[in-house]
Design a protein around this ligand. Structure first.
Ligand code: ZN
Length: 252
């Protein structure tokens, strides 16, 4: 049977057009994803840099705490392990037992345990003893999450400012209208008392709103459901664009 009215031909044409369109959509979404991955890489590198800075700062602090007596500033300091071993029973707290620093208890929480040893520093000049400082370690994923938490905090501040209302019964109310109050709060955020704002703008600089969204969804709050929920409640692309100067992904 031939195609008397051209139905088959037109249907074939339509299917072909649809296929081309789908292929183009696929290409665009793959391209979009590759751009997002590239921008995510930038964020990871920035996080690594922050980790490095924090580690350096912490190393210096630890070295100082362990090498200079806080009382007489002498550098004639010794490492020591203070033996504070003993048994304890029951669920009572260990505070007030006169343990230097924080003696901790190993074993299950409320049965019995041993008080562990405590590393301390001792000043050979004045005899002062103080708890030995330990290194704190930072991670890329933790820094990344911190930055997203700071962003959320800023979004929260904006929401607060946009929705602020005056209390007409409050004798101390400084503002005559909601608008006046909102403008004041917005101005406070913008003029920089919120130092995190600049840090966050710096951290996400040049990274698109789409990437911020994708990373928040898939990485930043991966293990914290409620924090993610909180973040999405405050998510506001207008604020990101108009107040923080972030831009949408450009796909060509
Ligand atoms: Zn001393």
């Amino acid at each position: 049977m031939w195609d008397l009215f051209g139905f088959k031909k037109r249907a074939a044409e339509k299917a072909r057009r649809k296929e081309i369109e789908e292929r183009e959509q696929m290409r665009l979404s793959e391209y979009r994803f590759s751009l997002i991955k590239k921008e995510f890489q930038i964020l990871k590198e920035r996080a690594d840099k922050i980790v490095e800075e924090k580690d350096n700062r912490n190393r210096k602090e630890v070295e100082e705490t362990n090498s200079i007596c806080p009382k007489c500033k002498s550098k004639n300091v010794n490492d020591r392990i203070q033996r504070l071993q003993g048994e304890f029973k029951g669920s009572g707290s260990l505070s007030g037992m006169g343990i230097l620093g924080s003696g901790y208890v190993s074993g299950s929480s409320h049965s019995s345990g041993k008080i562990d040893t405590n590393e301390i520093n001792k000043c050979n000049d004045c005899g002062n003893e103080w708890k030995k400082a330990e290194r704190k370690w930072n991670y890329q994923s933790k820094v990344l999450k911190d930055q997203f938490s700071h962003l959320r905090y800023i979004l929260d501040k904006y929401k607060e400012a946009f929705t602020a209302e005056i209390d007409k019964n409050d004798l101390n109310e400084k503002f005559a209208s909601d608008d006046e109050k909102r403008e004041y709060l917005l101005n406070e955020i913008e003029t920089g008392w919120l130092s995190w704002k600049k840090d966050v703008q710096e951290f996400f600089k040049g990274v698109s709103i789409e990437t911020i969204k994708e990373v928040a969804e898939k990485e930043a709050f991966k293990y914290d459901g409620w924090e993610a929920e909180w973040f999405w409640k405050l998510w506001n692309e207008r604020v990101l664009e108009e107040r923080l100067g972030f831009k949408h992904l450009e796909i060509k």
